[in-house]
Design a protein around this ligand. Structure first.
Ligand code: ZN
Length: 353
């Protein structure tokens, strides 16, 4: 066994002293990375593979009307409780890639280039996830706000997904393309209309408009969740017996608007309708003119029609403590699978002893 001698202690001390005495510049050789790790999350849905790819996030001091029916102080307290930077709200952006086996489908395209250093990360994170933009067959846009559409064009204006068919919701398109609506726009909406024309005018002859109830890709059905925008759309994705609901801006910032379904974010065009969507879970079609993959979700209607409505992770009686607890389970994401609905339901039901 090694014994500690006076000499070794002294020499060790001398070595430590030498290390401490080294000039700081000699040790600080690694430059600041200023980058996070690549960010994506991948899971299986039946035979499909789904990859949530992070486009980044923006933190900013919210304007007074950010939550229209709540004081800024209350909104910021909720943001701080969710570990957002003090005095700010953080909005995340997460497009979704679905590999159905026959098609590679991208839902929403992120903020695109030249907006801010913390967003427009979709191409880099797709590369990290091993997804080649040239292999995307279909880009489906949920609605036509900048943070969902800008990414279809690269920094030089060329198509970011050159082989892809671009699909836009027909109802939302009609709203944003209407000159009368543009002339009446105020505040941030003026810029949103301009952005719509900047992104789409050069390619509007090459777009495909889709309707609610249609399949926009293999096993991917478009569902009416209007309210945030007039044509805001969610997607029911099915593979075999596995199903998932993918939503974009029904809740905007889940930590705020899933926990407080009655809060109204400034970007909602029809706030009351968005609220009904969020709290009543009426997103699934009741009757369909023709069968599509969404019809298989009917089996969940018994779950939806109960006192609580876990299908969107939201309650019918917002504000109750039980509801708030349930929402926290869903707040991390706007993607809900069957297991999560059941977990929510179990959590929201009164306990029987
Ligand atoms: Zn939006």
């Amino acid at each position: 066994m090694h014994s500690l001698t006076r000499r070794s202690v002294l020499s060790g001390t001398a070595a430590a002293g030498a290390a401490i005495a080294m000039p700081i510049s000699a040790r600080a050789v690694a430059p600041l990375a200023a980058k996070q790790a690549p960010s994506f999350y991948r899971y299986k849905l039946g035979d499909d593979e789904i990859t949530i790819v992070h486009d980044g996030a923006r933190s900013f001091p919210p304007p007074d009307i950010f939550v229209r029916n709540v004081s800024t102080d209350e909104a910021l307290a909720a943001a701080e409780a969710a570990y957002m930077p003090k005095g700010m709200v953080t909005v995340p952006f997460n497009p979704t890639v679905i590999n159905t086996g026959s098609k590679l489908v991208l839902i929403d395209s992120g903020y695109g280039p030249n907006i801010a250093p913390t967003v427009g990360l979709l191409p880099a994170n797709m590369a990290a996830a091993g997804i080649d933009p040239k292999q995307i067959d279909i880009v489906v846009l949920s609605h036509l706000h900048p943070d969902h559409i800008n990414g279809i064009r690269a920094a030089d204006g060329s198509p970011a997904f050159p082989q892809a068919e671009i699909k836009v919701p027909a109802v939302d398109w009609a709203f944003w393309a209407d000159e009368g609506n543009m002339n009446q726009a105020q505040g941030f909406m003026v810029d949103y209309f301009k952005n719509f024309h900047r992104v789409f005018d050069p390619i509007k002859g090459k777009l495909t408009k889709y309707e609610w109830g249609q399949d926009v890709g293999p096993g991917i059905s478009a569902l009416d969740t209007r309210g945030h925008t007039p044509g805001h759309t969610s997607f029911a994705v099915a593979s075999g017996s596995a199903k998932v609901l993918i939503q974009s801006d029904v809740s905007n910032i889940p930590d705020l608007f899933l926990r407080h379904p009655d809060w109204q974010v400034m970007y909602d065009i029809d706030r009351n309708r968005r609220l009904r969507r969020a709290t009543n879970s009426t997103t699934w079609p009741r009757r369909r003119r023709r069968p599509s993959s969404a019809s298989i979700f009917r089996s969940h209607r018994s779950v939806m029609s109960r006192r609580t409505a876990p299908i969107t992770g939201l309650c019918r009686r917002p504000g109750t403590e039980r509801c708030r607890q349930g929402l926290s389970l869903a707040a991390a994401s706007e993607v809900y699978d069957r297991g999560r609905w059941r977990a929510l339901q179990a959590h929201l039901q009164p306990r029987r002893r």
